[in-house]
Structure formats: structure tokens, C-alpha cells
Design a protein around this ligand. Structure first.
Ligand SMILES: CC(C)(COP(=O)(O)OP(=O)(O)OC[C@H]1O[C@@H](n2cnc3c(N)ncnc32)[C@H](O)[C@@H]1OP(=O)(O)O)[C@@H](O)C(=O)NCCC(=O)NCCS
Length: 208
């Protein structure tokens, strides 16, 4: 679903995925006895439009340097600060430097509504080779609508394209929403202590 080019099987009146035709270069439509098989090729880094649980559309795409001010704007009004494990930093300058570093060294995935960033996930390369640490933050006004799930799936698809072996994260034991999201997306516990869990998504096992 998240590839730039691909096939989409559409059953009439079902499904919540939509394609923004401004972002598409080529479309071929095949009618297969009432179902439509769509082949599409998208312009590079076009946002994918998805409908959230409230029925409102939002876009997801990889972040690029010009998106930096929009991400910073989300963190300016983000609440609570910090939300998890000291992040996002409360001090504006520290927050600016943290986002800047994520853009310099990481792969960033952004959820947009109109001109506003409403969610941000990042894959941060670690020193151990072909793995990345995962972080994710969704604006407090749009949580529990499925936006974090789509950002996570998009980031995992990106890490597969990058040829990573695994993606890992740490999460506070009482962050039930995040743990639910990670478990649902295929992360597994690999280390537990009293306050924190380490979870890992193994891309080798999930490659098909
Ligand atoms: C964690 C976070 C990124 C999740 O994003 P989101 O857009 O709210 O997530 P989603 O809506 O896609 O998924 C949340 C899931 O938690 C479930 N959930 C909601 N409240 C829950 C609770 N109290 N206990 C367990 N699960 C809960 C939701 O039902 C949903 O699962 P479902 O889609 O299977 O129904 C977001 O809440 C956030 O930014 N939190 C603050 C920052 C943070 O903690 N980041 C993670 C750092 S490790």
C-alpha cells in the first residue's frame, strides 16, 4: 500500500484508502468482474491519503528538509511536554536541536492535515549496524484515530526498503497506548525492566 508504484484491488463501497490523483503519474484500471484492479505510479514522495477513525483524511509522506519548520510548529504546541522518556524536550532550544538532529541523521515520516504536521515518526540509525531506533509522536488533538498506526506501518515499510535487519524502541511500562500500537504493528518484547520495555520489529522474519 505504501509503495510509490503498485497495484490496488478495490471492492466497490469497501475500504478507506484513497489516492490523490494530483500525485499520480500513471493509472491503469482493469475491471475484474465487479472488482477494480488499479495499477498506479506516483510522483516521487507524494503523500498517501488515508481516512482516520473519525472519517477525516490525512496525508503521510517522508519528511524532507523544507518540512522542518512545520514539524517544529507541531512540537511548539505539543502536550504534554515531555510526553515520554524526556521527549519532546520542554525547553524550546533543546526541542529545536532534537528535531534538527532527527532530520540530519534520521528518516522522518510525517502525517499532515492541510498545511499542519499532526504526527511525526523517525527512524534513527544506531551504532550496531543495520538497525534503527523508532520514535513517534502524534498531536494530542488527534490521538487514538489510527494516525500513529499508519505512521508506524509507513516507517516499517521504509525500513524494509532501506534493507534494515530490525527496528527497536524503548517504551515506558505504563504507556499502554504506545504498547498497544507497537504490539499491533508487530513489535515484540525483547527486554523488560521495572520501568521500561525494549521492543523490536524483526524485518527478516517479516519479509515475504
Ligand atoms: C503513542 C502515540 C504515538 C499513539 O498514536 P495514536 O495516533 O494515538 O495511535 P493509534 O490511534 O494509531 O493507536 C492507538 C491504539 O491504542 C488503543 N488504546 C487507546 N487507549 C488505550 C488504553 N488506555 N490502553 C490500551 N490501548 C489503548 C487504541 O484503541 C488504538 O488501538 P486500535 O487501533 O487497535 O483500536 C500517541 O498517543 C502519542 O503521541 N503519545 C505521546 C507520545 C508517546 O508516548 N510516544 C511514544 C513514545 S514510546
Amino acid at each position: 500500500m505504501y509503495s510509490m508504484n503498485g497495484f490496488l484491488l478495490i471492492e466497490p463501497y469497501l475500504g478507506s484508502y484513497s489516492l490523490n490523483f494530483n500525485e499520480i503519474q500513471h493509472v491503469l484500471l482493469f475491471n475484474l468482474e465487479g472488482k477494480y484492479l488499479v495499477y498506479f505510479s506516483m510522483k516521487p514522495n507524494s503523500p498517501i491519503t488515508i481516512i482516520d477513525k473519525s472519517g477525516s483524511p490525512f496525508g503521510i509522506k517522508m519528511g524532507s528538509p523544507e518540512d522542518f519548520p512545520f514539524v517544529l510548529e507541531m512540537y511548539c504546541t505539543f502536550s504534554p511536554k515531555p510526553a515520554s522518556q524526556g521527549l519532546p524536550p520542554e525547553d524550546p532550544e533543546t526541542c529545536h536541536n532534537w528535531v534538527n538532529e532527527l532530520f540530519e541523521i534520521g528518516e522522518n515520516v510525517l502525517a499532515w492535515r492541510g498545511d499542519s504536521v499532526i504526527g511525526h515518526a523517525a527512524l534513527v540509525p544506531d551504532m550496531k549496524g543495520k538497525s534503527c531506533e523508532f520514535v513517534i509522536f502524534v498531536d494530542q488533538n488527534v490521538r487514538c484515530l489510527g494516525i500513529g498506526t499508519e505512521l508506524t506501518r509507513f516507517a516499517l515499510e521504509k525500513s524494509r526498503q532501506l534493507g534494515l535487519d530490525s527496528v527497536w524502541l524503548t517504551v515506558n511500562v505504563s504507556n499502554f497506548i504506545a504498547i498497544k500500537l507497537y504490539t499491533k504493528c508487530g513489535f515484540e518484547y525483547c527486554d523488560r525492566d521495572r520501568y521500561e520495555r525494549t521492543m523490536r520489529f524483526r524485518l527478516r522474519e517479516h519479509t515475504h
